[in-house]
Design a protein around this ligand. Structure first.
Ligand code: GAL
Length: 376
């Protein structure tokens, strides 16, 4: 199964945890389309942990959907999602139990993949809790990779071992299409910053067919829901979303999409930011820090049409003036080119810079530009 671009969608976990149901999925699928997410390129509706009965069916050994949450089982939920022109995702775990203590797929990989395929599942997130001691975790991801292929259905394989065992160095070989590279995100500025800073130098192996997954976004949660904690400001959400886009990370929303504000909807459907995320080449950004203010981060990313994405991020508590020195990214002063930029967040037109560019960035916020070279 070919996955050319980082997957885009929505996942239940960040906001709803165990409070999931047939009704929630249908309402969210409706809201997904109404909010313009589908038109913007989002595709997957994914049910995370806590969807099954606590034990397998004693006769068939199969996983069973919890009847109080999903009274008609999973197939009609998948049908509903498909009816909206979207794809349907589910969750299981490589260990004996899932992280929230439901049955995992250990030693049931082929049976479970068959079950998921029979329900119409298009995406499987595969977690890493309760792995039996003495078994190599890499083997378990290999097993599910084979099982999904054997299932006869195209199922996107979303591995989630939190970055353990140097995941980036072997996961592509298992057939996975994306791999979680860090522990869980929480809805506060320190959490998303820690995640992105831990991955900036590990994006070299994130590429078409298998992308580094920096976890579901908390954009739009404002401190509510399961991973809510303190919440973030709009400036932080803008930064978080843009950082994920610079990294070509999967864009899996985690807020309650039935209640998204206009600001959040506009942010997560911003055509230029999504274009940066979905760039066909998926090149990692080059990163530079301000010479004496560590909080100011500049990212520069090649895009497939010969332009560049240029981002200034203020990870600190005070307004700062961020700088891009073009020679840091491969454009020396003697090359004979200036850089013309267009602001993708405030929509202002082109301005031209020579050798370097400085911009004021409020605390927690960012500025993002599409840049192109212009011969002097
Ligand atoms: C964690 C995983 C989360 C969520 C949770 C469910 O291991 O990283 O994203 O899936 O399990 O219990």
């Amino acid at each position: 199964m070919l996955i050319h671009r980082p997957p885009m969608g929505w996942n239940t976990w960040n906001t709803f945890g165990a409070n999931i149901s047939d009704k929630l999925i249908r309402e969210s699928a409706d809201a997904f389309v109404e909010a313009g997410l589908k038109d913007a390129g989002y595709k997957y509706i994914v049910i995370d942990d806590c969807w099954s009965k606590k034990l397998r069916d004693p006769d068939t050994d199969r996983l069973v959907a919890e009847p109080q949450k999903f009274p008609d089982g999973m197939a009609p939920v998948a049908d509903y999602v498909h009816g909206k022109g979207l794809k349907f995702g589910m969750y299981s775990c490589a260990g004996q139990r899932t992280c929230a203590d439901y049955p995992g797929s250990f030693d049931h990989e082929f049976l479970d993949a068959e079950t998921f395929a029979s329900w119409g599942v298009d995406y499987l997130k595969y977690d890493f809790c309760y792995k039996p001691g003495g078994i190599d975790g890499r083997l378990l991801y290999r097993r599910m990779g084979m099982a999904l292929r054997a299932s006869g259905r195209d199922i996107l394989y979303s591995a989630c071992n939190w970055g353990s065992d140097d995941v980036w160095s072997w996961i592509r070989s298992t057939g996975a299409h994306m791999y979680r590279s860090t522990g869980d995100i929480f809805d506060n500025p320190a959490s998303y910053r820690k995640i992105v800073l831990s991955q900036l130098d590990k994006l070299g192996t994130s590429a078409p067919q298998c992308f580094n997954d920096m976890d579901m976004l908390t954009v739009g949660m404002y401190g509510s829901g399961l991973v809510g904690t303190t919440g973030c400001t709009d400036a932080d959400y803008r930064s978080q979303f843009a950082l994920w886009c610079f990294c070509s990370a999967p864009l899996m929303l985690g807020c309650d999409i039935r209640k998204m504000s206009g600001f959040i909807r506009d942010l997560v459907t911003n055509k230029d930011l999504i274009r940066v995320d979905q760039d066909a080449e998926a090149r990692p950004p080059m990163a530079a820090r301000h010479p004496w203010n560590e909080d100011l981060l500049t990212l520069f990313k090649h895009l497939d049409d010969g332009t560049y994405a240029l981002g200034f991020f203020n990870l600190g508590e005070e307004e700062g003036e961020a700088v891009a020195t073009f020679s840091d990214f491969g454009l020396p002063a003697h090359a004979g080119y200036d850089v013309s930029v267009r602001d993708v967040l405030d929509g202002t037109g082109e301005s031209v810079y020579r050798e370097y560019m400085r911009v004021k960035v409020p605390a927690h916020d960012c500025r993002v530009f599409i840049a192109r070279l212009e011969r002097r």
